[in-house]
Design a protein. Structure first.
Length: 126
């Protein structure tokens, strides 16, 4: 999965730091989210990570830009976030600004991703 050339080509259009951080973030996502599906959405300029085709089945998104990199979370306002990583005021999603390798590998970010996975599992049980 990590060798998806279309996703890598999309991410490589951005600044070298954004590209490098996005690749590292992908590795973390694949390590925490078993059998996750990676979907490139060129029109929205993001890469979605989900377990199906429905919006309800999405866990998170990588959102690169000229200004930096964000990791967006579906149902972010409902996620436990003890380290206050989530930003934004959206009713459906929130995001974390990714600025460093240290942050990508932090326990707090990994816990947030795991919380998003648990929230997804709870959603599909209903």
């Amino acid at each position: 999965m990590l060798a998806d050339k279309k996703v890598e080509a999309f991410l490589s259009q951005y600044d070298e730091k954004v590209y490098a951080n996005a690749l590292k973030l992908r590795e973390v996502l694949f390590s925490i989210l078993p059998d996750i599906i990676e979907q490139l959405d060129i029109s929205a300029r993001m890469v979605a990570y989900c377990y199906g085709q429905k919006y309800l089945e999405m866990i998170c998104t990588i959102i690169p830009s000229k200004k930096g990199l964000k990791l967006g979370f579906y149902k972010g306002p409902d996620l436990p976030d003890p380290d206050n990583l989530l930003k934004g005021t959206g009713k459906i999603s929130r995001y974390v600004e990714i600025k460093s390798d240290k942050q990508i590998n932090s326990i707090a970010l990994k816990q947030l991703i795991e919380n998003a996975l648990m929230a997804y599992r709870e959603r599909i049980r209903k």
